[in-house]
Design a protein around this ligand. Structure first.
Ligand SMILES: N[C@@H](CCC(=O)N[C@@H](CS)C(=O)NCC(=O)O)C(=O)O
Length: 216
């Protein structure tokens, strides 16, 4: 059993959010790149670790953790000295957990409903509500900011900031003009670890593109 963090990654995927978190935590980790075009995430070697064949996935101390939000929350608890999660008895713990779960359970599906032109979730029947309601709730949570826990940056921001960056990049309706969200995204993206991870991932993507460019 190794206490290294083994990180399954592809820079063109949600695992970029976890790489940003790992860099922001300042944790050493080993990266295993999975090439979707080669079906590497669907090979038995990986599906015996994550039967969903999805990344991000980490293995730490023999435990497999999947789901971006769970991985980020796990790291914050596993490395409390990094100060990125309020303790279980802190009054901030509820707010912290609330927005981690809200981002995964409400923001993501509502965002994909609008992007994939699926009918909006009925308020009562499905657990997450409309895109407009979800965005409104996030705006309230980020006011006055600057972070979910006001002046304290936490792992909840590592996840919400990453999701809102991703959603802005993919053209989530109204996000580019939303001052509250854009100011928050800019603060998230200028965190040193987040910026380093983005630069490293961009460099890896550029290298792949160069390697696969048709010979001229
Ligand atoms: N619920 C997971 C979603 C992970 C996910 O869907 N990852 C995609 C990349 S963004 C993936 O691995 N897709 C490969 C596949 O399904 O074959 C999370 O939040 O981490």
């Amino acid at each position: 059993m190794s206490d290294d963090i083994l990180f399954y990654h592809n820079p063109q995927s949600r695992s970029a959010m976890v790489r940003a978190a790992l860099e922001e935590f300042g944790l050493p980790y080993r990266t295993e790149i999975l090439d979707f075009t080669q079906g590497e995430n669907r090979r038995e070697q990986f599906t015996k670790i994550n039967p969903m064949g999805k990344i991000p996935t980490i293995v730490h101390n023999g435990t497999v953790v999947t789901e971006s939000a769970a991985i980020i929350a796990y790291l914050a608890d596993a490395f409390p000295e990094k100060g990125l999660a309020p303790s279980p008895t802190s009054p901030d713990r509820g707010t912290y957990l609330r927005w981690l779960f809200f981002t995964a359970g409400c923001f993501e599906p509502a965002f994909f409903d609008v992007m994939m032109k699926r009918p909006p979730a009925e308020k009562r029947a499905l657990g997450y509500g409309s895109y407009e309601d979800v965005i409104n709730a996030i705006e309230i949570a980020l006011t006055p900011g600057p972070w979910i826990l006001r002046d304290t940056f936490s792992a909840a921001d590592l996840y919400l900031g990453a999701e809102l960056s991703f959603a802005t990049r993919f053209g989530g309706p109204g996000l580019a003009e939303n001052r509250i969200i854009q100011d928050y995204v800019a603060r998230y993206q200028s965190r040193p670890g987040v910026a380093k991870a983005a630069a490293d991932d961009q460099a890896m993507i550029a290298q792949w593109q160069k390697a696969n460019a048709p010979a001229s």
